[in-house]
Design a protein around this ligand. Structure first.
Ligand code: PMP
Length: 396
């Protein structure tokens, strides 16, 4: 059977592959603790659920405008003003079935054959694959734990060529947890000012899950705002991963372009989700902040547990809900049966021996690290890290 060549240009997300392997083991009766997936384990706050139920009763059951209902796009503009002091109007906003689709729309709208997209490592798995789907060229810039996994202005400058079309990053970052400060963004802005043709795609989906202070968006530098595309959504901050609501804020031309693409792919996202999203975005953020308080406790406990394990060095995440330790000191070690050669072996060893799922760093462009989520209950976190400690102690 001949399928399209497009399929050979990109891979399936490693995060989903690991979750699938974990599920398969669980189906065989093994008690697997899932630290591989990136989603809050909380329920969606009640007032948002109530708004969705009301939307069903009120018969919001028809096709929606491709960019989203006007009241939702106004609610998103309200959110940008309230949280980020950014001024947008509904013509700048396009909603979608998730930040993932918003990223896909944006990359397909901007990137042509052979154009380069600079992505600092480690990055979210999907970024590089979307660029490949668009026939663009991924230019990885390796950051290090020593520099808190953040790209420096000098690294950015050195990566820019006449073919550079866009720079794509997340802050807070999945998987490293790095959060760019205002000063760090300003230093990158200085470089971007010298290169007016480059778009900046700023994925801010973990905005609320920040352990070091106020979220800063690069779009605050108003002279750059016209070429910045902010990607955000409700999945992480409101525990609404399954509801599928993402959005971008961009100049009206880019916004229209993504709307055109989406009009042929999915049309507008769910009417019910959109009505619930208006409520989520315009009412009290207390329930979201309570989730963040719980993530703060889990982060602290995870870091304590990781520190008890010899050979794991860990950058303390400033945001999001992952830790991304360097595991390379285990390379070459064996339990007598399995020898760990790389992060994939390490991850598989933990799945098979400790029954804990994680994701190898290669998937994020950082082959020495492995990502573990702390979006799981405190009980599971305790149990998982005790098992990991025991399994790693067998490697000599
Ligand atoms: N960006 C990042 C950095 C993510 O981690 C994720 C989800 N794992 C997304 C985007 C996609 O989010 P959504 O559920 O809104 O599609």
């Amino acid at each position: 059977m001949e399928l399209s060549s497009l399929l050979n240009r990109f891979s399936e997300p490693e995060t989903l592959k690991m979750a699938k392997l974990g599920r398969e083991l669980r189906a065989k009766g093994v008690d697997v603790i899932d630290l591989s997936l990136g989603e809050p384990d909380f329920d969606t706050p009640q007032h948002i659920k109530d708004a969705a139920i009301k939307a069903i009763h009120d018969n919001w059951s028809h096709y929606t405008p491709v960019a989203g209902y006007l009241d939702l796009r106004e609610a998103i503009c309200f959110k940008f003003k309230r949280d980020n002091n950014l001024d947008y109007t509904p013509e700048n906003i396009v909603t979608s079935t998730g930040a993932k689709q918003s990223l896909a729309n944006t990359i397909l709208a901007l990137v042509d054959d052979g154009e380069e997209v600079i992505i600092p490592t480690p990055y979210w798995v999907t970024y590089s694959e979307l660029v490949k789907i668009a026939r663009g060229k991924v230019v990885e810039v390796r950051t290090s734990a020593a520099n808190h996994f953040k790209i420096t202005p000098a690294q950015l400058e050195a990566a820019i060529t006449p073919k550079t079309k866009a720079f794509l990053f997340s802050s807070p970052c999945n998987p490293s947890g790095a959060v760019y400060s205002k000063a760090e963004l300003e230093a990158l802005a200085v470089v971007f000012r010298k290169h007016p043709g480059i778009f900046i795609i700023s994925d801010e989906i973990y905005e609320y899950i920040n352990f070091v202070g106020k979220h800063e968006s690069i779009a605050q530098f108003s002279d750059l705002k016209d070429r910045i595309i902010i990607v955000n959504g409700l999945s992480k901050g409101f525990a609404m991963t399954g509801w599928r609501l993402g959005y971008i804020a961009a100049n009206a031309t880019v916004a229209k372009a993504t709307e055109k693409l989406q009009g042929q792919f999915t049309s507008g996202t769910s009417s019910i989700t959109q009505k619930a999203a208006v409520v989520a975005l315009t009412t009290d953020l207390r329930p979201s902040m309570e989730m963040v308080e719980e993530f703060t406790r889990r982060r602290a406990r995870t870091l304590e547990l990781v520190k008890e394990i010899p050979g794991l060095t860990c950058f303390e995440p400033e945001g999001a809900f992952y830790i991304f330790p360097d595991v390379s000191s285990y390379y070459g070690k064996s339990d007598g049966t399995t020898t760990i050669q790389h992060a994939a072996d390490f991850s598989m060893y933990l799945l098979n021996t400790a029954h804990v799922s994680s994701v190898m760093g290669d998937a994020f462009g950082e082959p020495n690290c492995v990502r573990f989520s702390f979006a799981n209950s405190m009980g599971n976190i305790e149990k998982a890290w005790a098992r990991i400690k025991e399994a790693l102690a067998k490697l000599k």
